[in-house]
Write a protein that binds this ligand. Structure first.
Ligand code: MG
Length: 243
């Protein structure tokens, strides 16, 4: 299997998920931000490599969190929110949200977050998790054309046959005319990205303890992202492009 150094020496796109990858998981999605050191390291990585961030967050929200960073491209909503600036949820999202609100018990601490093409249901602050998660699983089973993917104390609902992080990664690699990619993510929505190319073209890294993953490499904890960013910077430090 090619090493990080071999990938860094190739015409490589470097791509990151945001929550749980560049930023620690926070008590609420609104509170998530990168450590100042991670910001500085990511800035240097983005000056040395084509660099993109692919997240489940709405694009406008994600862009705000990456303000003043020289990343090349930002993709929100699990790959479906890219150049388009219209924020309105699609018809299937409105239908899913209405169905969930009808079927789920009220005042449980569940937070339903509609985006353009996907819905995230956060359950971090639910007290009676067993009962509420059973109700949530039942409600989700009634949604038309929804694919449910586990997130960090959240369920992500994506349209079947719709965009995902794997398609977004492959598109970004092509747009920036890169031959290879490095992708780092921490949850099950990132598995689409890990599955998007073979190990000769994609170096895949999953953060955190997990039993099964398609990723070739692991980082033990989110804090380890700083070591990876440093390694990427060092691998191109003494190597100005030859013209
Ligand atoms: Mg994540």
């Amino acid at each position: 299997m090619p090493t990080l150094a071999q990938f860094a020496a190739s015409n490589v796109l470097v791509a990151f998920d945001f929550d749980g990858t560049l930023a620690p998981i926070a008590p609420t999605p609104a509170a998530a931000r990168m450590r100042p050191l991670t910001r500085r390291l990511l800035t240097r990585v983005a000056l040395s490599y084509p660099c993109v961030v692919i997240s489940g967050r709405p694009l406008a929200d994600l862009t705000r969190r990456l303000r003043n960073l020289p990343v090349w491209h930002v993709v929100g909503d699990h790959g479906s929110d890219t150049w388009d600036t219209i924020d309105a949820p699609a018809a299937h999202v409105r239908e899913w949200v209405a169905e969930l609100r009808t079927r789920l018990p009220h005042r449980t601490g569940l937070v339903i977050e509609p985006k353009r093409q996907t819905v995230t249901v956060h359950y971090r602050h639910v007290r009676d998790k067993r009962r509420v998660l059973a109700a949530l699983a039942d409600a989700v089973s009634h949604l038309r054309n929804a694919r449910s993917i586990q997130g960090a104390e959240a369920i992500n609902l994506l349209p079947r046959n719709g965009a995902n992080k794997g398609i977004a990664l492959e598109q970004a690699r092509q747009v920036f005319a890169c031959d290879t990619a490095i992708y780092v993510g921490d949850d099950d929505t990132d598995e689409d990205a890990f599955a998007s190319a073979g190990p000769d073209r994609l170096l895949s890294i999953r953060i955190g303890p997990v039993r099964t993953s398609l990723a070739a490499y692991r980082l033990r904890a989110q804090a380890d992202i700083d070591r990876l960013l440093t390694a990427l910077i060092d691998l191109r430090a003494d190597d100005p492009p030859q013209l």
